[in-house]
Design a protein around this ligand. Structure first.
Ligand code: DUC
Ligand code: ZN
Ligand code: ZN
Length: 476
């Protein structure tokens, strides 16, 4: 038998081309692209369907400690199952260090949480909370060498925020090791100042979360992060950008020739701060940071995607249950927005939302969609060309889409651990019907057929963004 599987009769789209062609799969990889490929154990008729590189969601939070009494809604099994139903074949969650912890031990702990519990492939970014000499001098360079080639730093959050000096030191290690720094850009002191002032005035309802971190909080930190990266001369990825002012900071830096990159997320295209005004505590369902803004900010985020200022579209999936004392409705959260856990579910809805709002409505091309949801993630985080495209030799990570299918997003359709979706009732056109990871179906015609231990950990190479031009990875 020439192939294990042939996908016959579909239309393939990559980040650059769209073409009708069959796919022959052998030993988990794409072995042939062409017509009349011959025989296979499983010949799947995909007439009328789109065959896209599986989504890579390079910004998800899974099973992270989130404060006393708070528990994330997803473990690795739930998050990766949900991701698979959303057309993803790989996710990149964070191994989050807390102050005083050894990075090596943190990484080992996250591997333990993930081991045997992933439906799709997984790799880890690091979160650096303790920028001590031992961490930066020894552990971090060794971990980059071992395939943990990107790390996130926070400019806000108790216990996570780094000082400018610490940011500079972390960025220096990234420069020396060829790693990529991701920055959560919000000004910590400004948020504390505004939060204290709001609470003193009795303004504690969930929607004051947005007032506690307005656009200048993000714009200032974005500008500062870019400046620090320029001083060190290192590439930087500004994650979850929510508004025009921050987007324009990134654009200006790019126009000056700096290696500054941007990411935005579904919540900044579809939600606004008005969503936080829901009756009772319903607004907590939309509490995330940066907060959703307004219609003008949504438009700016679209422009960022259309004009290449943002190269990544990720979910920032960070799910908590709503009706749960360990989630959004925790007892302290009822006393002030300050204690509502930040984050919303989104790994399963990211791709249908961008496909429908972007491709079906004509805002972006299908090839842009593939770039923004898969290929650029692979290039940015050292996975390309093994992942992120449909090419001979690459992993057979493929999402099969019905571009005409109309679906109303609803919690009843979701497969994660949360008890709500922030996108309830939104109509979409275009839906991922099957997802295949390294040649094996995980979801087939809307049904789970994969196993909880089918996903693999993938050690990564260096980011294509952190390499000198012309030295991109040539192969596996
Ligand atoms: N903000 C973050 O920084 N991370 C997770 C979710 C969120 O809202
Ligand atoms: Zn963040
Ligand atoms: Zn995040």
């Amino acid at each position: 038998m020439a192939f294990d599987t042939i996908l016959r009769g579909g239309t393939i789209a990559t980040a650059s081309d769209t073409f009708a062609c069959d796919i022959g799969i052998r030993d988990g990889r794409i072995a042939a692209l062409g017509e009349k490929l011959g025989d296979a154990k499983d010949i799947v008729d995909v007439t009328g369907k789109l065959l896209l590189p599986g989504g890579i969601d390079s910004h998800v939070h899974i099973a992270q400690p989130s404060g006393p009494g708070i528990v994330m809604a997803d473990d690795f099994a739930l998050a990766t199952r949900s991701a698979a139903f959303g057309g993803n074949t790989m996710v990149l969650p964070f191994a989050m260090q807390q102050k005083g912890e050894s990075l090596r031990e943190v990484v080992a702990a996250y591997h333990k949480k993930a081991e045997g519990r992933c439906y799709i492939d997984v790799s880890f970014h690091l979160i650096i909370a303790d920028a001590s000499d031992a961490v930066l001098g020894q552990e971090l360079p060794a971990l980059v060498h071992d395939g943990y080639t990107s790390f996130k730093v926070f400019m806000t959050y108790e216990g996570l925020a780094l000082s400018d000096m610490e940011m500079l030191n972390v960025m220096s290690v990234a420069r020396e090791t060829g790693a990529l720094v991701m920055v959560h850009a919000e000004n910590y002191d400004a948020i504390r100042f505004l939060t204290d002032r709001l609470e003193r005035a009795g303004k504690t309802a969930p929607h004051y979360h947005a007032a506690s971190r307005p656009i200048p909080v993000e714009r200032e930190a974005t500008h500062r992060a870019i400046s620090l990266a320029e001083i060190v001369d290192v590439p930087v990825m500004i994650v979850h950008v929510s508004n025009r002012a921050a987007m324009e900071e990134i654009r200006r830096a790019q126009q000056r020739g700096l290696k500054v990159y941007g990411e935005t997320c579904p919540q900044y295209l579809l939600l606004t701060e008005k969503d936080l005004e829901g009756l009772n505590m319903e607004g907590t369902k939309y509490v995330c940071s940066p907060p959703p803004r307004d219609k003008e900010s949504q438009q700016a985020c679209w422009e960022g995607l259309q004009q290449g200022v943002f190269s990544l579209f990720s979910s920032d999936h960070c799910p908590f249950r709503y009706d749960d004392p360990q989630g959004k409705m925790n007892p302290k959260g009822r006393t002030s927005f300050r204690w509502v856990p930040n984050g919303i579910p989104g790994v399963e809805t990211r791709l249908p939302i961008l496909f429908s709002e972007g491709v079906s409505k004509g805002r972006i091309t299908l090839n842009d969609f593939v770039a923004l949801t898969s290929t650029n993630h692979a290039k940015t985080y050292g996975l390309y060309p093994r992942k992120g495209t449909i090419a001979v030799g690459g992993d057979a990570d493929i999402a099969i889409w019905d571009p005409q299918r109309k679906v109303t997003i609803s919690q009843s359709l979701m497969h994660g651990g949360s008890d709500y979706t922030p996108y309830e009732g939104i109509d979409v056109t275009g839906w991922p019907v099957s997802t295949m990871v390294r040649g094996q179906f995980v979801v087939r015609d809307g049904k789970l057929v994969g196993k909880e231990n089918a996903g693999a950990y993938v050690a990564r190479g260096k980011s294509d963004l952190a390499r000198p031009a012309g030295t991109q990875t040539a192969g596996r």
